[in-house]
Design a protein around this ligand. Structure first.
Ligand SMILES: *[C@@H]1O[C@H](CO)[C@@H](O)[C@H](O)[C@H]1NC(C)=O
Ligand SMILES: *[C@@H]1O[C@H](CO)[C@@H](O)[C@H](O)[C@H]1NC(C)=O
Ligand SMILES: *[C@@H]1O[C@H](CO)[C@@H](O)[C@H](O)[C@H]1NC(C)=O
Ligand SMILES: *[C@@H]1O[C@H](CO)[C@@H](O)[C@H](O)[C@H]1NC(C)=O
Ligand SMILES: *[C@@H]1O[C@H](CO)[C@@H](O)[C@H](O)[C@H]1NC(C)=O
Length: 302
């Protein structure tokens, strides 16, 4: 359920890094067409709120980019939009959740320190907020280190149980602002990739490489949670390293995408930024294509 950088890069840059990649990683890459299998479990359905834990320092402008993205998910903005993209999750059997913004917690004092383990993330998510019909989203600021960040993943989603007795099973995600730690790994195409063609990076639609990159991660993880919240929904491959709704379709932002090229996108005439989805409040976002269970294809937004 992590966004595995090796998978991401091998899919994005397959022809270019073939010699640099470990052989078995190459064979782990699915051939077209991509088929995600349903594993008979529960998907998210009904009304869910997203509770946010801001771990470390984020400016109000940075938080606004994320908050407007979350409130755009279940809005009625015409396609291509964050809302039209999110509706694809309701095409999955048993899926379709309405999302609202829940509570926000500010952990500016870094209660678990400046370097978090996966276990600390689980604890942080469990300790804060209510969990019934809720998803917890932990966002770490650019100076916070997280186990595996940049090396193995740009973010993860998991589930945990909170509360006494049998508790409430809830899904949580973590994603970090990669601006200073690994923008080439986690904020492409707003930063030159680590490998492959060094084309000029795209201008981010909200003017913030780290946060616009974070939006790509949040979109990826939320789509994974919606369609595979507890490890028995829709995915391809190994249960412990599954390819999900968006991770099975990396780099599919616009029509004509190919490894290392995000595809043809919309351009904001004022800023020159690239985007593919409208949000509320005049926001523009770049979000990855999702696997569509009806057409059985990775579908870019534009
Ligand atoms: C899902 O359920 C069907 C029908 O009961 C069964 O044949 C199939 O093996 C199940 N799949 C998984 C992954 O459990
Ligand atoms: C979700 O919330 C909406 C509006 O608040 C409500 O009309 C609807 O019945 C709710 N759906 C479920 C499944 O609870
Ligand atoms: C954070 O630490 C400062 C200084 O120690 C303290 O004054 C403040 O109350 C703390 N904030 C929270 C939310 O714990
Ligand atoms: C964070 O997790 C590690 C083990 O994964 C643990 O040793 C450490 O005590 C945790 N930190 C806090 C503040 O709980
Ligand atoms: C907790 O789970 C056990 C085993 O699944 C079940 O027998 C028990 O009734 C549950 N208790 C509550 C309070 O839900």
């Amino acid at each position: 359920m992590g966004i595995n950088i090796l998978h991401l890069l091998s899919l994005l840059l397959f022809p270019l890094v073939a010699t640099a990649m470990i052989q078995h990683e190459l064979f782990a890459v699915p051939a077209e067409p991509v088929i995600l299998n349903y594993h008979n479990g529960t998907l998210l359905t009904g009304n869910y709120s997203i509770n946010i834990i801001w771990y470390g320092d984020f400016t109000a402008a940075q938080r606004g980019i994320v908050i407007d993205f979350i409130t755009s998910l279940s809005a009625s903005t015409p396609a291509p939009s964050v809302a039209s993209w999110w509706k694809t999750t309701s095409l999955y059997q048993g899926g379709g959740a309405q999302i609202t913004l829940g509570s926000q917690y500010f952990d500016t004092n870094l209660s678990f320190g400046k370097s978090l383990t996966r276990k600390n993330l689980s604890q942080l998510a469990t300790d804060n907020g209510h969990h019934k019909n809720a998803i917890t989203a932990i966002f770490t600021s650019q100076n916070v280190l997280v186990e595996g960040f940049c090396l193995a993943s740009c973010g993860i989603h998991r589930w945990a149980t909170a509360g006494k007795h049998n508790g409430t099973k809830f899904a949580y995600l973590w994603a970090g602002n990669s601006a200073t730690q690994c923008p080439g790994g986690c904020a492409w195409p707003f930063h030159k990739p680590i490998y492959g063609p060094q084309d000029p990076p795209l201008i981010p639609p909200n003017g913030d490489v780290g946060m616009d990159g974070l939006i790509i991660r949040i979109a990826t993880l939320l789509a994974g949670i919606a369609t595979n919240p507890y490890g028995d929904g829709y995915f391809l491959g190994d249960k412990l390293a599954p390819l999900e709704a968006v991770t099975a379709c990396p780099g599919t932002f616009g029509t004509g995408y190919y490894p290392g090229y995000p595809g043809k996108l919309l351009i904001d005439e004022t800023t020159g930024a690239s985007y593919n989805a409208d949000g509320l409040a005049g926001r523009k976002y770049l979000i990855p294509g999702m696997w569509n269970p009806v057409t059985k294809e990775c579908t870019p937004l534009v």
